[in-house]
Design a protein around this ligand. Structure first.
Ligand SMILES: [Zn+2]
Length: 379
């Protein structure tokens, strides 16, 4: 079967470049071989869509340990966040905080970044704040010229923009960001796909729901005025998913970072818990849609860590350990290895190449500065 395997591999490698959906032909070829009585074991990727989910500045400590023992010290048993998130063990605490992550991704997907178990995920930019972290993640490499959070249009091409240029994906890419600067990071003016961030209104639809969304977003007193509450980012992106059915969708949330900077630990935990619910909602919605069911991978991360213990509110160049992040993958072709242990360091730049690889494209070939894909991404 060597030659068949090569044929499948070369065919698979061309998916997307050929400009039409090669799956039908490939599946036809496979069923013909089955009809001829030949056994078919070639590894054909079932991944045809990627949803990239992200929440700004959520620490690996909360993801892997749940509510922080030290930061919960002042909490009383009658406090809402104590009742909701405090449990006697790390395993119970993290499951209370992120139930979907630990019930589903923990058993069916992969999680990188638990430093307690020898897994390290980090940004390499050295600055440990948002724009450098978003751009490193989305373009696959560190640009040392990116040194501020100003809304300067990104001079680099993100993997989203590059994929949208491929004929099979043109017009099938979109991104939503809670943080107003996300439109600049994707370079909205140049990139050629739908980007909506901060307080920007919905422009892909004029449905009554979209009009209601725009009125509500404009008239609501959001806790962090330049950005809407994360719930708006969620609703707009979910509306886009259902109406437009993109092949690659990015949704970048922000409240975890905003509440952390405010020093509000209970609100930060609630934001992390809401993010978990949204990841769960996406997964459920995707499995209910024929285009996505069994053919979609979630890849999930953040843009930086934060300080340890009492330094948890902060991050940046001078904050020790704020480079440590986390990553998760859940999809039909990704081995269910749960917590990755002793796999060597992974870096945020690997996300860009992994997104492309899941869609059948070799991003490093185009962008040699980009980090390689995650090591155990596909079977
Ligand atoms: Zn950030």
């Amino acid at each position: 079967m060597g030659s068949f395997r090569e044929a499948v591999d070369s065919f698979h490698g061309e998916r997307g470049i050929c400009g039409n959906d090669g799956d039908g032909n490939l599946r036809g070829m496979l069923s013909s071989l089955v009809l001829l009585g030949l056994s078919v074991t070639a590894p054909v990727s079932d991944v045809r869509n990627v949803v990239f989910l992200f929440t700004d500045g959520l620490r690996w400590q909360e993801v892997f340990r749940g509510a922080d023992e030290e930061l919960m010290k002042g909490a009383k048993p009658t406090d809402a966040h104590y009742k909701k998130y405090w449990r006697p063990t790390v395993e119970a605490r993290r499951k209370a905080l992120m139930p979907f992550v630990w019930s589903t991704i923990g058993t069916q997907g992969q999680l990188y970044g638990n430093r307690d178990r020898g897994s390290t995920s980090k940004v390499l930019n050295g600055l440990k704040f948002s724009y450098p972290g978003y751009s490193e993640t989305l373009q696959g490499f560190v640009d040392p010229e990116i040194r501020s959070n100003d809304a300067v249009p990104n001079r680099n091409v993100t993997v989203f923009e590059w994929l949208n240029k491929q004929s099979s994906l043109r017009g099938k890419v979109a991104a939503f960001g809670n943080w107003a600067v996300v439109s600049a990071i994707f370079n909205k003016k140049r990139c050629g796909f739908y980007v909506q961030s901060g307080m920007e209104p919905i422009t892909f639809s004029t449905s009554p729901a979209a009009q209601l969304f725009n009125r509500l977003q404009a008239k609501t007193d959001h806790p962090f005025p330049s950005d809407p509450a994360d719930a708006f980012t969620y609703e707009a992106s979910m509306m886009y998913l259902r109406e437009m059915q993109p092949t690659l969708l990015g949704v970048l949330f922000g409240e975890t970072d905003s509440y952390a900077h405010s020093g509000k630990y209970p609100a930060y935990l609630n934001a992390a818990n809401r993010f978990d619910h949204w990841v769960s909602d996406y997964w459920t919605a995707l499995q209910a849609m024929p285009k996505y069911r069994g053919k979609t991978t979630l890849i999930i991360t953040t843009d930086h860590g934060r300080g340890d213990g009492g330094k948890w509110t902060s991050h940046g160049e001078t904050v020790t350990n704020a480079e440590y992040t986390w990553m998760m993958v859940l999809g039909p072709d990704t081995p269910a290895l749960g917590e990755m242990m002793n796999t060597g360091d992974v870096t945020n730049g690997q996300v860009a190449t992994s997104i492309a690889k899941l869609l059948g494209f070799d991003y490093v070939k185009q962008q040699p500065k980009a980090a390689p894909a995650l090591p155990r991404l596909l079977n």
